[in-house]
Design a protein around this ligand. Sequence first.
Ligand SMILES: Nc1ncnc2c1ncn2[C@@H]1O[C@H](COP(=O)(O)OP(=O)(O)OP(=O)(O)O)[C@@H](O)[C@H]1O
Ligand SMILES: [Mg+2]
Length: 263
Amino acid sequence: MLTIVLAYVSTGSDIICDFYPSNVIVTIAIYTQYGDIDMQHDSTIVLENISKHYSADDVLVLKGVSLEVRKSEFVALLGPSGSGKSTLLHIAGLLDDPTDGNLFIESKNTRELSDNEKTSLRLSKLGFVYQYHHLLQEFSALENVMLPLLINNVGKKAAAEKAAHLLAELGLKSKVKSFPSELSGGQKQRVAIARALANDPVILLADEPTGNLDHETANVVLDDLLTVMQKTKMSAIIATHNYELAEKMSARYHISEGVLIKK
Ligand SMILES: Nc1ncnc2c1ncn2[C@@H]1O[C@H](COP(=O)(O)OP(=O)(O)OP(=O)(O)O)[C@@H](O)[C@H]1O
Ligand SMILES: [Mg+2]
């Protein structure tokens, strides 16, 4: 067997090819070492030693947080109020810059990206759900879900079909023409989830997505969300105070005093 180390690039990546000339099998393995994290090729998002300092209050909210989320992995982010869950999600979602550290989305380091490149990456790869639905009141459920598709240059007919399909999957087939004011809290949050999933993101970032719903509705909405997501290879980071929900996820992390710990 002949082993050839092809390259060692400045990011710290080893690309190793093993050639087996006799039976013409070629195996290529890519190992990338980033600080504490061994980044694998199926990582969707990697936070590497992320710190966040707010100078206004001189507070260090994140103290070198590292997290790797792989394809199909659903991560629950737990922690007391003010511990930095939203801050972490904003950074992971390219809505805020870290003070230090690196964020990789599908192996791409986002540090050097321009604002336009970040917007484009956000639109194509990331989906967001917030505690409050943020639906546009003057648009129907269907139109709210169509919007990110239209922004992403999907044709109107295809966007309508995709939006209707997603709403149906989330149990809102009969409500596609309803306006947000005509929907219950749980239904509005389902529309917000459908909107976040519209562009088939590789990762869903959800900040207490059922925080405004009663316990029973929250559990039903989350079960439906997980069912829809499990049909794809999508991964998710979901900030929550709901331990019952966290138990349904593939991994649980707790953040406290700026430090993230796997539970
Ligand atoms: N823009 C900002 N400027 C200054 N401090 C901020 C800013 N945003 C957040 N903080 C501070 O950072 C800390 C973490 O806030 P964050 O919103 O991330 O907490 P959280 O874990 O999401 O809390 P909750 O569970 O209440 O939503 C808090 O002390 C907050 O006051
Ligand atoms: Mg928060």
